[in-house]
Design a protein. Structure first.
Length: 431
């Protein structure tokens, strides 16, 4: 039965599909891979903190997932031989890691996008004696090659999921192989493993302009009866709540994941639609409306009191978004956690920093919305240059990583050498 399933999958993968322009236009990019994401698939965060593709029809008690490997340039004069050797090395590594016996099934064809495709499929059983199918599909254009991994233990829906994978692969190309005269990509999602999304927007967008009456990020804390974290008392109930107002009358009931240094409302709205809305000022009231979909809306009213906005009796204060940082910072109450989760980042007045891998200790990462919020699962040390402007902490690493995090000082902290800062709602303290 498993062999029949494998042959069925390879048969599907061997048939290049022809699509109308509106069906094949790429809308998603992950690293170097550009493709059309089928409606039956979604981007999620893998167990390693990296992006993966999940199949929506797969039940919760089964697993069907896929992910792209990094693309690479083939070496040597005989590109066909280099490609086949490269694909075989990938198959051998996968067989070894999964303890797969036998050679599996190999086929070769050309995709609808004109890429050379090598597909390999094999069945195996894991340590719990659960049956799986693993597929490694390699694509090549000239010297560039990349791999696509697919795993499933859902044999009932294997045919449909394989057809989805076929749809995706027939539209897949490499961004590095695009020509100068190719039309610009109109992407809904662009995930770069080294960069948070706003670095990918060229030119950098400006903040909306207008005269609606409010502008900036307002925040309030929610504290449990355990007390204030600044007193050294840990509590799992400590949370920040936010409203971000724009001069053109738009509002978000959250802090923009990368702050406001390079901000595009439409990008975050496609991922956090129900948290994006409109506001109007009526005397001392701020009336907000959020679209929940299906014709439903949610209305929230805040009252102005001096410089604050009141939600009932809870004051939301405008949050300062600049700072002159100096010293070592780490997660508040880090001593309560394992050694791996006590990583620090050190800021210097000359704009340099050293990072022990602090991003692995808290939920700060590459935010792309929905089910995908990527971060380092293990500490990744590095150093580089930093700046804190427009409610954004920007880190440019010497190893090529580029990160922007939503940033503000704690409400009672000075701009010069603050002791407490907040990144995406996470409180960091200077030693």
């Amino acid at each position: 039965m498993r062999r029949v399933c494998i042959c069925l999958v390879l048969l599907l993968l061997c048939v290049p599909a022809a699509y109308a322009d509106n069906d094949s236009a790429p809308d998603t990019q992950i690293a170097d891979w550009v493709f059309r994401l089928p409606d039956t698939m979604k981007i999620v965060t893998g167990l390693d903190g990296k992006p993966a593709l999940a199949f929506k029809r797969t039940p919760d008690n089964m697993t069907t997932s896929a992910r792209f490997t990094f693309s690479a340039d083939l070496q040597g004069d005989d590109l066909d031989k280099a490609y086949q050797d490269w694909a075989k090395d990938g198959r051998d590594a996968l067989k070894k890691s999964l303890d797969i016996e036998g050679d599996g099934e190999v086929t070769r064809t050309t995709t609808a996008a004109g890429y050379d495709m090598l597909a390999w499929a094999a069945a195996y059983s894991d340590q719990r004696h659960v049956d799986w199918v693993a597929i490694l599909t390699c694509l090549r254009h000239d010297r560039r090659a990349g791999g696509f991994l697919f795993f499933t233990n859902d044999f009932t829906r294997l045919k449909e999921n394989a057809a989805d994978m076929d749809t995706l692969l027939n539209t897949a190309t490499f961004a590095s192989c695009r020509g100068k005269d190719d039309p610009p990509l109109k992407l809904k999602v662009h995930i770069d493993p080294t960069s948070t999304p706003s670095f990918l927007w060229d030119p950098p967008p400006e903040l909306p302009k207008g005269e609606a009456g409010l502008e900036g990020i307002y925040g309030a804390t929610k504290l449990s009866a355990a007390g204030d974290p600044r007193e050294g008392i840990g509590t799992v109930d400590f949370r920040w709540s936010y409203y971000t107002f724009f001069a053109d009358g738009r509002v978000m009931r959250m802090i923009p994941p990368e702050g406001l240094l390079s901000f595009r409302f439409e990008y975050w709205q496609q991922h956090y639609g129900s948290d994006c809305g409109r506001y109007v000022m009526k005397e001392d009231r701020v009336e907000m409306t959020f679209d929940l979909g299906d014709g439903k809306t949610d209305s929230v009213t805040l009252k102005r009191k001096g410089a604050d906005l009141l939600d009932g009796d809870k004051p939301f204060a405008k949050l300062a978004g600049t700072a002159k940082l100096k010293g070592k910072f780490r997660r508040i109450n880090a001593e309560q956690y394992s050694e791996q989760r006590r990583q620090e980042i050190t800021f210097h007045e000359d704009g340099s920093f050293e990072d022990e891998g602090f991003n692995s200790t808290i939920n700060i990462g590459w935010w792309v919305g929905g089910d995908c919020s990527l971060r380092d699962m293990d500490p990744v040390p590095g150093k580089g240059k930093w700046r804190a402007e427009k409610n954004t902490l920007e880190l440019i690493y010497e190893d090529g990583r580029r990160r922007r995090f939503a940033f503000h000082r704690y409400t009672d902290q000075p701009e010069d050498n603050p002791k407490l800062i907040v990144l995406n709602g996470n409180l960091l303290s200077r030693e």
